[in-house]
Write a protein that binds this ligand. Structure first.
Ligand SMILES: [Zn+2]
Length: 421
């Protein structure tokens, strides 16, 4: 549910809002992690329309978001789910899914919406496209699983437009251990021998190594191995929210040492852990979900599944569901959901620890991300406003929104050119 943070500005806030608007207009506002389904990027149904997704072009325009990384996400199949998950057949299934997504982005930016949005391959492209008034699309890969054991696919993915790639998602794969090992135990105790080759290959061709979803050991080894700065495309600070997906201080300092950047993520569960609901509240919420045929919320991937089911409800049913939730909140109040202020606390924390040059911003929209105050792309201005309220300058906000990540992209390209010599 939306909480309008901009409601009723006081007169003392007016100049501040004006200033924030001016800054938001002036800087390149880039979100480094947005998920999508190819079904939302075809000629009949796509992001030029107001599809019921957190990200789409109308939301992007009204929120003043200028650029995004579309994420080529392939979920990790575990060997317990499918014995050939980490064999040729499993890799081929993952590869086919990745290619379908690469192609969908090409089709959307090259044909369907080419007058509104364009694919960028370099930071110069980003600035050039932005200057024309078009929106900017970039591509990142979430999970190296579809690379299989074919090292040649690193260059293939680069040629297909990938500019960052995370070694893992949730669950270990052929390249590295995932953060999920804190619960399930380890496979490699960090990066696998093949994973080390993949890191070298990514350095060689100029793909940023993304350590979001990696285990701490995988992340620390990646920081030591990489010959170019590394990124966390969507993670937050573990000191403020103690979950395995976040990065502790030692990790943040190691990331800084590579010259890299952490893109703080607006994913509720990584921003603040909330107190568990009372039995009455849980029961009321479960009954409401049942009434509206919505899935359970606990378990891996359930939040994304829940949101996509919610999206399928008619507008009327959705409003009814929200009314029901408001009634439950009144009768059995729960711990309030994480909001924009909790999110910007992570930005503050990381900036204090590793400096303004190593922090950026990501939403994880349509992959479970979104918090009260920044729950879809149309609310992106609220982030800038909160940064201005906390005293960040235009120069600092420019770095947070895109300057740092584009600088890392350049440095990774530069390192690749050196390595290719
Ligand atoms: Zn993710």
């Amino acid at each position: 549910m939306r909480i309008p943070l901009l409601a009723q500005p006081s007169s003392t806030e007016d100049p501040l809002i004006k200033n924030a608007r001016a800054i938001h207009e002036k800087v390149i506002v880039l979100d480094s992690h947005i998920d999508f389904e190819p079904a939302d990027l075809n000629s009949e149904r796509n992001y030029t329309q107001r599809v019921k997704t957190q990200f789409n072009l109308p939301n992007m325009i009204s929120g003043g978001l200028d650029a995004l990384f579309f994420v080529i996400y392939v979920g990790q199949t575990r060997e317990t789910q499918n014995p050939d998950a980490l064999k040729a057949a499993g890799y081929e299934r993952a590869y086919a899914l990745a290619i379908e997504k690469f192609d969908a982005v090409r089709r959307f930016t090259g044909e369907i919406a080419h007058e509104k949005i364009e694919l960028a391959l370099t930071s110069d492209d980003v600035r050039r496209i932005y200057a024309t008034g078009k929106k900017v699309a970039l591509v990142g890969v979430e999970n190296g699983y579809p690379l299989g054991e074919d090292i040649g696919r690193v260059k293939e993915f680069y040629d297909r437009s990938a500019r960052y790639l995370s070694l893992t998602h949730n669950g270990h794969n052929q390249l590295a251990d995932s953060h999920t090992g804190e619960r399930d135990g380890w496979k490699w105790n960090g990066v696998s021998p093949l994973g080390k080759q993949v890191i070298a290959e990514m350095n060689h061709f100029g793909i940023m190594v993304d350590v979001s979803h990696a285990s701490k050991a995988s992340m620390m080894q990646t920081a030591a191995l990489s010959k170019a700065p590394i990124i966390a495309s969507h993670s937050a600070a573990r000191a403020l929210c103690d979950v395995s997906r976040n990065m502790d201080d030692e990790q943040l300092l190691a990331l800084k040492k590579t010259g890299g950047v952490i893109q703080i993520v607006a994913y509720g569960g990584f921003v603040r852990t909330t107190k568990s609901d009372s039995p009455d509240r849980s029961a009321a919420l479960a009954a409401a979900r049942k009434e509206f045929n919505l899935p359970e919320l606990t378990g891996p991937g359930q939040r994304a599944r829940f949101q996509s089911t919610l999206k399928e409800l008619s507008d009327q049913r959705r409003t009814e569901y929200e009314t029901k939730l408001a009634e439950i909140d009144k009768q059995y109040p729960g711990d309030p959901a994480p909001n924009l202020k909790d999110f910007v606390d992570h930005v503050d924390y990381a900036v204090k620890l590793i400096g303004i040059d190593h922090v950026g911003i990501s939403s994880d929209f349509d992959g479970g991300g979104g918090i009260a105050g920044w729950n879809d792309a149309s609310e992106t201005f609220n982030v800038t406003l909160e940064l201005v309220r906390r005293g960040y300058t235009e120069e600092q906000i420019e770095k947070l929104w895109s300057g740092n990540l584009l600088r890392v992209m350049d440095e990774v390209q530069c390192a690749a050119q050196q390595l290719q010599k």
